[in-house]
Design a protein around this ligand. Structure first.
Ligand SMILES: Nc1ncnc2c1ncn2[C@@H]1O[C@H](COP(=O)(O)OP(=O)(O)OP(=O)(O)O)[C@@H](O)[C@H]1O
Ligand SMILES: [Mg+2]
Length: 356
Protein backbone atom coordinates (compact mmCIF):
# COMPACT_ATOMS: atom_id res chain seq x y z
CA UNK A 1 0.00 0.00 0.00
CA UNK A 2 1.54 3.37 -0.95
CA UNK A 3 1.12 6.46 1.19
CA UNK A 4 -0.38 8.62 -1.57
CA UNK A 5 -3.97 9.59 -0.79
CA UNK A 6 -6.33 8.69 -3.62
CA UNK A 7 -9.23 10.45 -1.94
CA UNK A 8 -8.90 13.53 0.26
CA UNK A 9 -11.95 14.95 1.97
CA UNK A 10 -11.79 18.15 3.98
CA UNK A 11 -14.57 19.49 6.12
CA UNK A 12 -17.24 18.37 3.66
CA UNK A 13 -20.77 19.45 4.42
CA UNK A 14 -24.06 19.07 2.57
CA UNK A 15 -27.35 20.57 3.59
CA UNK A 16 -30.49 19.57 1.71
CA UNK A 17 -33.47 21.84 1.54
CA UNK A 18 -36.64 19.96 0.85
CA UNK A 19 -39.42 21.93 -0.74
CA UNK A 20 -42.58 22.38 1.25
CA UNK A 21 -44.96 19.42 0.98
CA UNK A 22 -47.46 19.70 -1.82
CA UNK A 23 -50.99 20.67 -0.97
CA UNK A 24 -52.97 17.59 -1.87
CA UNK A 25 -56.69 17.30 -1.22
CA UNK A 26 -56.33 14.34 1.17
CA UNK A 27 -53.71 16.15 3.28
CA UNK A 28 -55.82 18.25 5.56
CA UNK A 29 -52.95 19.49 7.74
CA UNK A 30 -50.36 20.26 5.10
CA UNK A 31 -48.84 16.74 5.28
CA UNK A 32 -45.29 15.87 6.23
CA UNK A 33 -43.98 13.72 9.01
CA UNK A 34 -42.16 14.74 12.15
CA UNK A 35 -38.59 15.94 12.08
CA UNK A 36 -35.81 13.42 11.64
CA UNK A 37 -32.36 13.71 13.18
CA UNK A 38 -30.34 16.62 11.84
CA UNK A 39 -33.49 18.38 10.74
CA UNK A 40 -33.59 22.07 11.54
CA UNK A 41 -36.56 23.62 9.81
CA UNK A 42 -39.99 22.20 10.37
CA UNK A 43 -43.15 21.51 8.50
CA UNK A 44 -45.32 20.35 11.34
CA UNK A 45 -48.43 22.01 12.59
CA UNK A 46 -49.62 22.57 9.04
CA UNK A 47 -47.13 25.28 8.10
CA UNK A 48 -45.53 24.87 4.72
CA UNK A 49 -41.99 26.08 5.27
CA UNK A 50 -39.32 24.02 3.51
CA UNK A 51 -37.18 21.97 5.88
CA UNK A 52 -33.45 21.54 5.85
CA UNK A 53 -31.46 18.39 6.59
CA UNK A 54 -27.76 18.38 7.36
CA UNK A 55 -26.88 15.12 5.59
CA UNK A 56 -23.08 15.48 5.85
CA UNK A 57 -21.81 17.67 8.65
CA UNK A 58 -18.14 18.58 8.21
CA UNK A 59 -16.36 15.28 7.54
CA UNK A 60 -12.64 14.90 6.79
CA UNK A 61 -10.63 11.80 5.88
CA UNK A 62 -7.93 10.58 3.51
CA UNK A 63 -7.97 7.23 1.70
CA UNK A 64 -4.62 5.81 0.74
CA UNK A 65 -4.04 4.38 -2.66
CA UNK A 66 -4.71 0.63 -2.67
CA UNK A 67 -6.85 0.67 0.46
CA UNK A 68 -10.38 -0.64 1.14
CA UNK A 69 -11.96 2.11 3.21
CA UNK A 70 -15.43 1.65 4.71
CA UNK A 71 -18.01 4.21 5.73
CA UNK A 72 -20.01 2.41 8.40
CA UNK A 73 -23.17 3.94 9.82
CA UNK A 74 -26.91 3.54 10.40
CA UNK A 75 -29.69 4.53 7.98
CA UNK A 76 -29.64 8.22 7.19
CA UNK A 77 -26.08 8.71 8.50
CA UNK A 78 -24.91 10.43 5.30
CA UNK A 79 -23.05 7.57 3.60
CA UNK A 80 -24.74 7.72 0.19
CA UNK A 81 -24.61 11.51 0.17
CA UNK A 82 -20.83 11.36 0.71
CA UNK A 83 -20.47 8.94 -2.21
CA UNK A 84 -22.70 11.14 -4.38
CA UNK A 85 -20.57 14.19 -3.59
CA UNK A 86 -17.36 12.32 -4.41
CA UNK A 87 -18.71 11.09 -7.75
CA UNK A 88 -19.92 14.64 -8.58
CA UNK A 89 -23.65 13.79 -8.62
CA UNK A 90 -24.28 16.16 -5.70
CA UNK A 91 -22.45 19.40 -4.95
CA UNK A 92 -21.09 19.99 -1.47
CA UNK A 93 -22.57 22.94 0.42
CA UNK A 94 -19.06 23.65 1.72
CA UNK A 95 -15.70 21.93 2.09
CA UNK A 96 -13.49 20.31 -0.52
CA UNK A 97 -12.59 16.88 -1.81
CA UNK A 98 -10.06 15.56 -4.29
CA UNK A 99 -10.20 12.24 -6.10
CA UNK A 100 -6.97 11.00 -7.73
CA UNK A 101 -5.67 14.54 -7.24
CA UNK A 102 -8.61 16.26 -9.00
CA UNK A 103 -10.95 18.71 -7.29
CA UNK A 104 -14.54 17.46 -7.34
CA UNK A 105 -16.03 20.93 -7.97
CA UNK A 106 -13.44 22.45 -10.31
CA UNK A 107 -12.47 19.32 -12.26
CA UNK A 108 -15.58 17.10 -12.28
CA UNK A 109 -14.86 15.50 -15.66
CA UNK A 110 -11.40 14.38 -14.55
CA UNK A 111 -12.85 13.10 -11.28
CA UNK A 112 -15.45 11.06 -13.18
CA UNK A 113 -12.74 9.72 -15.48
CA UNK A 114 -10.79 8.44 -12.47
CA UNK A 115 -13.53 6.46 -10.82
CA UNK A 116 -16.19 3.85 -11.27
CA UNK A 117 -19.28 4.00 -9.05
CA UNK A 118 -21.91 1.41 -8.20
CA UNK A 119 -25.01 2.34 -6.25
CA UNK A 120 -27.10 -0.21 -4.42
CA UNK A 121 -30.25 -1.39 -6.17
CA UNK A 122 -28.42 -0.63 -9.40
CA UNK A 123 -30.77 0.90 -11.96
CA UNK A 124 -28.19 1.94 -14.54
CA UNK A 125 -28.19 -1.35 -16.42
CA UNK A 126 -30.45 -1.99 -19.39
CA UNK A 127 -32.59 -4.97 -18.50
CA UNK A 128 -33.67 -5.58 -22.10
CA UNK A 129 -30.05 -5.96 -23.22
CA UNK A 130 -27.75 -8.90 -22.47
CA UNK A 131 -24.85 -8.55 -20.02
CA UNK A 132 -22.37 -8.30 -22.89
CA UNK A 133 -24.51 -5.75 -24.78
CA UNK A 134 -24.69 -3.62 -21.65
CA UNK A 135 -20.91 -3.61 -21.34
CA UNK A 136 -20.51 -2.82 -25.07
CA UNK A 137 -22.89 0.12 -24.75
CA UNK A 138 -21.14 1.56 -21.66
CA UNK A 139 -17.67 0.95 -23.12
CA UNK A 140 -18.66 3.22 -26.06
CA UNK A 141 -20.09 5.77 -23.61
CA UNK A 142 -16.91 5.76 -21.53
CA UNK A 143 -14.68 6.07 -24.63
CA UNK A 144 -12.94 2.74 -24.15
CA UNK A 145 -10.70 2.33 -27.19
CA UNK A 146 -12.75 0.29 -29.73
CA UNK A 147 -9.88 -2.07 -30.57
CA UNK A 148 -9.59 -3.00 -26.87
CA UNK A 149 -13.30 -3.18 -26.05
CA UNK A 150 -13.89 -6.86 -26.85
CA UNK A 151 -10.93 -8.15 -24.85
CA UNK A 152 -11.69 -5.82 -21.93
CA UNK A 153 -15.28 -7.06 -21.81
CA UNK A 154 -14.18 -10.69 -22.01
CA UNK A 155 -11.76 -10.24 -19.14
CA UNK A 156 -14.33 -8.44 -16.97
CA UNK A 157 -17.02 -11.06 -17.66
CA UNK A 158 -14.49 -13.69 -16.62
CA UNK A 159 -13.40 -11.78 -13.51
CA UNK A 160 -17.01 -11.26 -12.41
CA UNK A 161 -17.89 -14.89 -13.15
CA UNK A 162 -20.52 -13.92 -15.72
CA UNK A 163 -19.14 -15.64 -18.83
CA UNK A 164 -21.86 -18.29 -18.88
CA UNK A 165 -24.59 -15.64 -18.64
CA UNK A 166 -23.01 -13.03 -20.92
CA UNK A 167 -25.61 -13.50 -23.65
CA UNK A 168 -28.68 -13.63 -21.41
CA UNK A 169 -30.95 -10.64 -20.90
CA UNK A 170 -30.18 -8.78 -17.68
CA UNK A 171 -33.86 -9.05 -16.70
CA UNK A 172 -33.21 -12.77 -16.18
CA UNK A 173 -30.18 -12.16 -13.93
CA UNK A 174 -30.27 -12.71 -10.16
CA UNK A 175 -29.62 -9.73 -7.87
CA UNK A 176 -26.05 -10.93 -7.27
CA UNK A 177 -25.37 -11.25 -11.02
CA UNK A 178 -26.73 -7.74 -11.64
CA UNK A 179 -24.50 -6.40 -8.91
CA UNK A 180 -21.46 -8.11 -10.46
CA UNK A 181 -22.38 -6.76 -13.90
CA UNK A 182 -22.70 -3.27 -12.42
CA UNK A 183 -19.21 -3.61 -10.98
CA UNK A 184 -17.92 -4.84 -14.36
CA UNK A 185 -19.49 -1.73 -15.91
CA UNK A 186 -17.76 0.48 -13.33
CA UNK A 187 -14.40 -1.14 -14.14
CA UNK A 188 -14.63 -0.81 -17.96
CA UNK A 189 -12.29 2.16 -18.15
CA UNK A 190 -10.00 0.61 -15.51
CA UNK A 191 -10.39 3.53 -13.06
CA UNK A 192 -7.94 3.79 -10.13
CA UNK A 193 -10.77 4.52 -7.67
CA UNK A 194 -13.97 2.48 -7.18
CA UNK A 195 -16.91 3.68 -5.06
CA UNK A 196 -19.39 1.02 -3.93
CA UNK A 197 -22.56 2.06 -2.11
CA UNK A 198 -23.85 -0.87 0.00
CA UNK A 199 -22.37 -3.47 -2.37
CA UNK A 200 -23.88 -6.49 -0.60
CA UNK A 201 -27.33 -5.06 0.22
CA UNK A 202 -30.03 -7.53 -0.81
CA UNK A 203 -27.63 -10.41 -1.51
CA UNK A 204 -27.91 -13.83 0.10
CA UNK A 205 -25.02 -14.74 2.46
CA UNK A 206 -23.14 -16.80 -0.14
CA UNK A 207 -23.39 -14.11 -2.85
CA UNK A 208 -22.38 -11.48 -0.29
CA UNK A 209 -19.31 -13.53 0.61
CA UNK A 210 -18.40 -13.90 -3.08
CA UNK A 211 -18.82 -10.19 -3.59
CA UNK A 212 -16.50 -9.42 -0.67
CA UNK A 213 -13.90 -11.70 -2.32
CA UNK A 214 -14.35 -9.72 -5.53
CA UNK A 215 -13.80 -6.43 -3.67
CA UNK A 216 -10.63 -7.81 -2.08
CA UNK A 217 -9.33 -8.92 -5.47
CA UNK A 218 -9.94 -5.42 -6.87
CA UNK A 219 -7.85 -4.00 -4.02
CA UNK A 220 -5.13 -6.56 -4.71
CA UNK A 221 -5.05 -5.44 -8.34
CA UNK A 222 -4.31 -1.90 -7.14
CA UNK A 223 -7.74 -0.22 -7.13
CA UNK A 224 -8.57 2.08 -4.23
CA UNK A 225 -11.99 1.26 -2.84
CA UNK A 226 -14.43 3.32 -0.84
CA UNK A 227 -17.51 1.39 0.20
CA UNK A 228 -20.46 2.05 2.47
CA UNK A 229 -22.16 -0.49 4.65
CA UNK A 230 -24.31 -0.79 7.71
CA UNK A 231 -23.18 -4.38 8.31
CA UNK A 232 -20.61 -4.25 11.09
CA UNK A 233 -19.29 -7.75 10.44
CA UNK A 234 -18.77 -6.87 6.78
CA UNK A 235 -16.84 -3.70 7.61
CA UNK A 236 -14.78 -5.62 10.15
CA UNK A 237 -13.89 -8.40 7.75
CA UNK A 238 -13.37 -6.43 4.56
CA UNK A 239 -12.05 -2.96 5.30
CA UNK A 240 -8.47 -1.91 5.94
CA UNK A 241 -9.81 1.17 7.73
CA UNK A 242 -13.27 2.28 8.78
CA UNK A 243 -14.87 5.63 9.44
CA UNK A 244 -17.91 5.27 11.68
CA UNK A 245 -20.43 7.91 10.66
CA UNK A 246 -23.54 9.01 12.55
CA UNK A 247 -25.77 12.04 11.90
CA UNK A 248 -23.39 13.21 9.16
CA UNK A 249 -20.31 13.21 11.41
CA UNK A 250 -17.36 10.88 11.67
CA UNK A 251 -17.21 9.69 15.26
CA UNK A 252 -14.29 7.27 14.91
CA UNK A 253 -11.77 6.39 12.22
CA UNK A 254 -9.20 3.61 12.38
CA UNK A 255 -8.46 -0.01 11.51
CA UNK A 256 -11.10 -2.46 12.77
CA UNK A 257 -8.54 -4.02 15.13
CA UNK A 258 -7.58 -0.68 16.68
CA UNK A 259 -11.23 0.36 17.06
CA UNK A 260 -11.98 -2.85 18.93
CA UNK A 261 -8.74 -2.71 20.95
CA UNK A 262 -10.00 0.59 22.36
CA UNK A 263 -12.69 -1.48 24.09
CA UNK A 264 -10.38 -4.06 25.58
CA UNK A 265 -11.42 -3.16 29.11
CA UNK A 266 -15.06 -3.61 28.11
CA UNK A 267 -17.26 -6.66 28.23
CA UNK A 268 -20.36 -7.21 26.20
CA UNK A 269 -23.27 -8.99 27.87
CA UNK A 270 -26.29 -10.35 26.04
CA UNK A 271 -29.39 -11.37 27.94
CA UNK A 272 -32.47 -12.79 26.23
CA UNK A 273 -35.81 -12.04 27.89
CA UNK A 274 -39.40 -13.03 27.17
CA UNK A 275 -40.76 -9.55 26.36
CA UNK A 276 -39.70 -5.99 25.49
CA UNK A 277 -37.66 -4.93 28.53
CA UNK A 278 -38.49 -1.21 28.33
CA UNK A 279 -38.89 -0.83 32.10
CA UNK A 280 -35.29 -1.64 33.03
CA UNK A 281 -33.25 0.04 30.30
CA UNK A 282 -33.01 3.53 31.80
CA UNK A 283 -32.01 2.19 35.21
CA UNK A 284 -29.43 -0.03 33.54
CA UNK A 285 -27.98 2.92 31.63
CA UNK A 286 -27.53 4.87 34.84
CA UNK A 287 -25.34 2.15 36.47
CA UNK A 288 -21.83 3.57 36.98
CA UNK A 289 -19.80 1.03 34.97
CA UNK A 290 -22.24 0.68 32.09
CA UNK A 291 -21.11 2.32 28.85
CA UNK A 292 -24.02 1.47 26.59
CA UNK A 293 -27.33 -0.40 26.53
CA UNK A 294 -29.54 -1.47 23.68
CA UNK A 295 -32.41 -3.85 23.20
CA UNK A 296 -33.92 -5.35 20.09
CA UNK A 297 -36.26 -8.12 19.04
CA UNK A 298 -34.11 -11.27 18.90
CA UNK A 299 -33.49 -12.53 15.38
CA UNK A 300 -34.24 -16.15 16.29
CA UNK A 301 -37.79 -16.26 14.96
CA UNK A 302 -39.23 -16.39 18.52
CA UNK A 303 -40.94 -13.44 20.14
CA UNK A 304 -38.09 -12.77 22.54
CA UNK A 305 -35.95 -9.70 23.12
CA UNK A 306 -32.22 -9.28 23.55
CA UNK A 307 -30.67 -6.76 25.91
CA UNK A 308 -27.07 -5.92 25.07
CA UNK A 309 -24.96 -4.15 27.66
CA UNK A 310 -21.44 -2.81 27.31
CA UNK A 311 -19.83 -2.62 30.71
CA UNK A 312 -16.49 -2.21 32.43
CA UNK A 313 -17.43 -4.86 35.02
CA UNK A 314 -19.50 -7.73 33.69
CA UNK A 315 -20.00 -9.44 37.06
CA UNK A 316 -21.34 -6.42 38.90
CA UNK A 317 -23.48 -5.34 35.94
CA UNK A 318 -24.92 -8.83 35.44
CA UNK A 319 -25.94 -9.00 39.12
CA UNK A 320 -27.60 -5.59 38.88
CA UNK A 321 -29.28 -6.47 35.57
CA UNK A 322 -30.72 -9.73 36.94
CA UNK A 323 -32.02 -7.89 40.03
CA UNK A 324 -33.70 -5.29 37.84
CA UNK A 325 -35.28 -7.93 35.60
CA UNK A 326 -36.51 -9.94 38.57
CA UNK A 327 -38.06 -6.84 40.11
CA UNK A 328 -39.85 -5.94 36.89
CA UNK A 329 -41.07 -9.51 36.29
CA UNK A 330 -39.16 -10.11 33.04
CA UNK A 331 -38.07 -13.73 32.57
CA UNK A 332 -34.45 -14.44 31.59
CA UNK A 333 -34.23 -17.14 28.90
CA UNK A 334 -30.57 -17.05 28.01
CA UNK A 335 -27.40 -15.06 28.61
CA UNK A 336 -23.83 -14.87 27.37
CA UNK A 337 -20.72 -12.70 27.49
CA UNK A 338 -18.93 -11.77 24.23
CA UNK A 339 -15.71 -10.19 23.05
CA UNK A 340 -16.43 -6.58 22.02
CA UNK A 341 -17.37 -6.20 18.35
CA UNK A 342 -17.58 -3.16 16.08
CA UNK A 343 -21.23 -2.94 17.12
CA UNK A 344 -20.01 -2.38 20.67
CA UNK A 345 -17.64 0.33 19.43
CA UNK A 346 -20.68 2.08 17.99
CA UNK A 347 -22.66 1.61 21.21
CA UNK A 348 -19.75 2.91 23.30
CA UNK A 349 -19.46 6.00 21.10
CA UNK A 350 -23.13 6.81 20.70
CA UNK A 351 -24.87 4.95 23.53
CA UNK A 352 -27.16 3.33 20.94
CA UNK A 353 -27.11 0.48 18.48
CA UNK A 354 -26.55 0.55 14.71
CA UNK A 355 -29.94 -1.14 14.40
CA UNK A 356 -31.89 1.87 15.70
N1 LIG B 1 -31.97 14.65 -2.19
C1 LIG B 1 -32.24 14.78 -0.89
N2 LIG B 1 -33.09 15.74 -0.44
C2 LIG B 1 -33.36 15.87 0.86
N3 LIG B 1 -32.82 15.12 1.83
C3 LIG B 1 -31.95 14.15 1.47
C4 LIG B 1 -31.62 13.93 0.10
N4 LIG B 1 -30.75 12.90 0.04
C5 LIG B 1 -30.54 12.49 1.31
N5 LIG B 1 -31.27 13.25 2.17
C6 LIG B 1 -31.29 13.12 3.64
O1 LIG B 1 -29.95 13.17 4.10
C7 LIG B 1 -29.73 12.25 5.17
C8 LIG B 1 -28.62 11.31 4.80
O2 LIG B 1 -29.04 10.48 3.75
P1 LIG B 1 -28.10 9.38 3.06
O3 LIG B 1 -28.87 8.78 1.95
O4 LIG B 1 -26.79 9.99 2.74
O5 LIG B 1 -27.91 8.35 4.27
P2 LIG B 1 -27.28 6.88 4.25
O6 LIG B 1 -26.25 6.86 5.33
O7 LIG B 1 -26.85 6.50 2.88
O8 LIG B 1 -28.51 5.99 4.73
P3 LIG B 1 -28.97 4.50 4.27
O9 LIG B 1 -28.18 3.54 5.14
O10 LIG B 1 -30.42 4.48 4.62
O11 LIG B 1 -28.69 4.33 2.81
C9 LIG B 1 -31.07 11.58 5.40
O12 LIG B 1 -31.72 12.24 6.45
C10 LIG B 1 -31.80 11.77 4.09
O13 LIG B 1 -33.19 11.81 4.30
MG1 LIG C 1 -27.41 4.99 1.60
Amino acid sequence: MSTVNSIEVENLRRVFTRRAPRKLPWRRNGGGKGNGPGTTGSNNGGNNRPKTTVAVDGISFGIQSGEIFGLLGPNGAGKTTTIKILCTLVNPTSGTARVAGYDIVREPAKVRGSMGTVFSGERSLYWKLTGRENLEYFAALYNVEPSKTASRIDSLLCKMDLEAKANELVERYSTGMRQRLAIARALLANPPVVLLDEPTAGLDPQSARNLRDTVRSLRDEGHTILLTTHYMAEADELCDRIAIIDHGRIIALDTPATLKAGLQEMHSLEVEVDRAPDGVLDELRSLPLVRGVESYASDNGLETWTIRVLTEDSRQTLDALLDLLRASGDRVLNMKANEPTLEDVFIALTGKSLRD
